[in-house]
Design a binder for this molecule. Sequence first.
Ligand code: GLU
Length: 296
Amino acid sequence: MSYIGRFAPSPSGPLHFGSLVAALGSYFQAKANNGKWLVRIEDLDPPREMPGASSLILNTLDAYQLHWDGEVVYQSQRHGLYQEQIDAWLASGQAYYCQCTRKQIKASGGFYTGTCRDLGLNNSSHCAIRLKMTHPVYHFDDRKHGQLTIPKALADEDFIIKRRDGLYAYNLAVVLDDIDQGITEVVRGADLIEPTGRQISLYNMLGQTPVSYLHLPLALDSNGHKLSKQNHAPAIDNSNPKPALLDAMRFLGFAMSTDIEQSDISEIIAWGVKTWQIKQLSDSIEITPRFSNSSL
Ligand code: GLU
């Protein structure tokens, strides 16, 4: 089977160091396997998006010479795919409407325990849609970290596939798109280890073979917080890509000679593809990067 990987950024802001690491890691892994590398913009949640972020992200990938295969896919144009599956599950009784508020769930211990499962609520009452969890996943194999465990209460939960505000849930969209695009392996940051259990459950419910997973170390800031758009991680530089590129490659475990460091961007990327191996990644799930080249 030929390898198809992907990078799936949410356009809530420009790419930061952590998302560059995910872009590079998924690119190297795909290209080292003679595979395709697709880009999917996960614009599922307009209130959290920044106008112009999608094109900014694509310009950044261009500046770092990370060239994707095929057309960029936008989740905002794929609501039909998500709704069709939800309708099928509603019709078969595998999904149901739920009126519980976040506050109520928090008050009853933080996990939803099936309050609305048998109430037969209908759409008119401002409801979220949940999936009956018939295939809970408590463990999965990560290509770097081996067997990872999902907390039982999380794995057992009937999770939301469409929110009460009408937005499609991330887990559903990711899995339907990965299946539709023929993705064979997902390479992304370790912040997404937890939802992986739910995503594998969805493959099982859909009767599909799950992808394999490789979670990359998560970049922390000097206070030990995840670098993220929400934490205002600085945007990486499009006009002078080399410093952040070298820092991100070092973070991914590459040992680079001065010769390589002095090469141009496309040569550094080609060298990365040639030398990349999963075993060069740190065994830690979270790392505070040492920035030697970029001023991030
Ligand atoms: N869109 C998600 C993010 O930017 C990544 C989804 C994924 O790689 O599965 O955090």
